[in-house]
Unconditional design. Structure first.
Length: 226
């Protein structure tokens, strides 16, 4: 068990270092040697977990699926909170920053950059399916179309925020996006119950932090707060 935990910790450390380098240099300009410079590991230790730069980049791309969420009774609130948590983590998590840069880098030849986008579409679609089952959505809403729209709009908003402010205003821009989208998909009675207040991200972050503390006390790995 200790050996397995150490292996998982080493893998995570490698991914975080790689994410940081990819975020700074991009895929084409990054080498495994660049990642090694950030680690007190041998090349063999890195290659034990990842056989190539391509495999390492794919793992960094896939890390977007690890963005945590809090299960809500109102599924549209869960969708809101997921977006705000992503915005919060993107400003401070080098691994997530590296994943986002790789997903947007046109020069990343050989990488399937569709992976994180499809992952977000699937995740959005799942939550929207639950929302429909609970009567939260207006009748005209197309689930696939809406899931893809949310993903594409979110991508544009975070890219715009990065260029303009270095993601300082990302959470505010995400809330602005959702304020325009939600009235078109949510039943009016549900819309009135949704919380898009400026401090919502902080509240969800604190909630995730508390959950992480409980899981850590129980010997489990839990989501980090913002």
């Amino acid at each position: 068990m200790v050996t397995q935990e150490r292996g998982l910790a080493t893998r995570r450390m490698i991914l975080e270092a790689a994410g940081s380098v990819f975020a700074e240099r991009g895929y084409s300009a990054t080498t495994v040697a660049d990642v090694l410079k950030k680690l007190s590991l041998t090349r063999g230790a890195v290659y034990f977990h990842f056989s190539s730069k391509e495999e390492l980049a794919r793992a960094v791309l896939a890390s977007q699926a690890d963005v945590p969420t809090v299960v809500r009774d109102i599924k549209l609130q869960e969708l809101i909170d997921l977006g705000l948590v992503f915005a919060c983590q993107l400003t401070r998590d080098p691994l997530l920053q590296g994943s986002v840069r790789l997903s947007l880098e046109l020069e990343a030849v050989g990488l399937d950059r569709r992976l994180p986008f499809q992952g977000w579409v699937d995740r959005n679609h799942h939550i929207l399916e639950q929302a429909r089952a609970q009567g939260e959505l207006r009748p005209h809403v197309d689930l696939v179309e809406t899931a893809e729209l949310l993903c594409s709009c979110f991508t544009g908003v975070q890219l715009f925020s990065q260029v303009m402010t270095g993601w300082v205003d990302l959470e505010a821009r995400i809330r602005a996006l959702l304020k325009h989208v939600l009235p078109n998909i949510a039943e009016p009675s549900v819309l009135l119950q949704l919380d898009l207040s400026p401090d919502r991200g902080l509240k969800v972050g604190a909630e995730l932090g508390a959950l992480a503390g409980l899981k850590e006390a129980a010997g489990q790995e839990g989501p980090e707060g913002c």
